[in-house]
Design a protein around this ligand. Structure first.
Ligand code: HMG
Ligand code: MG
Length: 303
């Protein structure tokens, strides 16, 4: 359990993609700068998808260009197809993420094609990335339940993870998109996937809709998974997953890990400042329990 954990910050992408209040390119860049300054050195900063589908991620090219001066950090962007890959590369992307779903219903709603068709769309992306020396991360959505198709069998997740792995993804991020999972189910799913892919190459991407994310992360850590996707302030959700709230909050993950004696290298004060600033721009308080508690503590101390 004491092995190091790598946190991939999702706030500027998964977080902001589902926020109603528009956030300017300058503010998105400043958010990324603040997150890196807090010690989050891997940040997903945008998505090269249809601006009609996700207007919040329009101008991701400007965001990616705008953060390129930041040293010592790795920036990820989503690409659904070759068109997205080309645009991401033109903006300087060195790591891209393809995203598939464990269910047909979600695949259709999210990227307007079947799971098999999505894999066909990824193949030219993978081939070009190999030639270009670009790393590709692979997401699977709905690994613990689908808003359209209901229950998802661990084998369906394991099979798709195997396909993405065979295509050349360096890491597979397993998404509980609608946050319905519980620890035993999370363990079963991770065991099924890690039967063919080393746990060191898996990531947990759990949304906190039902308040189960930290418990599920702990269960996954017991299975040897050491990469966690989280969003500052618990921002966001998925526009195509009705009712889904944001990723588990980065503050909550950092608090849990540090409390367990696992050093994250993340400065909680700076992270809280980044969260408070984006929350101010969005006009609402952070969803993170830890951010809420720390803000209340500060208020008490100054009153
Ligand atoms: P499509 O309709 O199948 O694609 O959309 P198409 O090739 O038929 O093109 C339709 C239009 O989209 C055309 O424009 C294309 O040029 C354009 P039009 O002629 O109508 O003006 N287009 C693009 N534009 C920009 N960038 C592109 C691109 N490709 C085509 N790359 C597509 C397919 C995937 C593009 C569309 O369905 C889409 O953008 N969907 C949004 C998907 C998305 O961003 N979802 C949220 C992120 S995934 C997520 O949150 C889950 C995750 O966090 C894990 C988890 O929690 O589970 C990762
Ligand atoms: Mg997500």
């Amino acid at each position: 359990m004491s092995d190091p954990v790598r946190i991939i910050e999702m706030g500027p992408r998964d977080g902001l993609q589902n926020e109603k209040t528009p956030v300017s390119v300058e503010a998105r860049i400043a958010f990324v700068e603040a997150l890196v300054a807090a010690g989050l050195n891997t940040v997903e900063v945008g998505a090269f998808v249809s601006a009609k589908a996700i207007p919040q991620m329009a101008s991701s090219d400007a965001v990616l260009r705008g953060v390129s001066h930041i040293e010592g950090a790795e920036f990820h962007v989503l690409v659904p197809n070759e068109k997205g890959y080309e645009a991401a590369r033109a903006a300087g992307a060195k790591v891209v993420s393809v995203f598939a779903a464990a269910s047909e219903g979600f695949s259709r709603a999210n990227i307007n094609c079947s799971v098999a068709e999505s894999i066909e769309r990824f193949k030219p992306v993978m081939a070009r990335a190999r030639t270009d020396g670009v790393k590709v991360r692979g997401y699977i959505s709905c690994v613990l339940g689908c808003p359209f198709d209901g229950e998802i069998k661990p084998k369906a997740v394991a099979d798709l993870a195997g396909t993405l792995w065979d295509l050349g993804c360096y890491e597979i991020s397993l998404g509980d998109t609608i946050g319905v999972g519980t620890p035993t189910k999370a363990k079963e799913m991770l065991r099924a996937v890690s039967a063919s892919i080393p746990a060191a190459h898996l990531a947990m991407h759990f949304h906190d809709t039902y308040g189960q994310a930290l418990a599920n992360l702990y269960a996954g850590m017991e299975e040897g998974v050491r990469v966690i996707d989280s969003a500052a302030g618990g921002l966001g959700g998925c526009p195509y997953a009705p009712g889904a709230t944001g990723n588990v909050a980065t503050e909550d993950v950092v608090y849990m890990l540090e409390g367990m004696g696992i050093s994250t290298g993340i400065d909680m004060e700076k992270l809280l400042a980044a969260t408070n600033e984006i929350s101010r721009l969005l006009g609402r308080p952070p969803a993170s329990r830890v951010a809420t508690a720390l803000n209340a503590k500060k208020k008490r101390a100054t009153s």
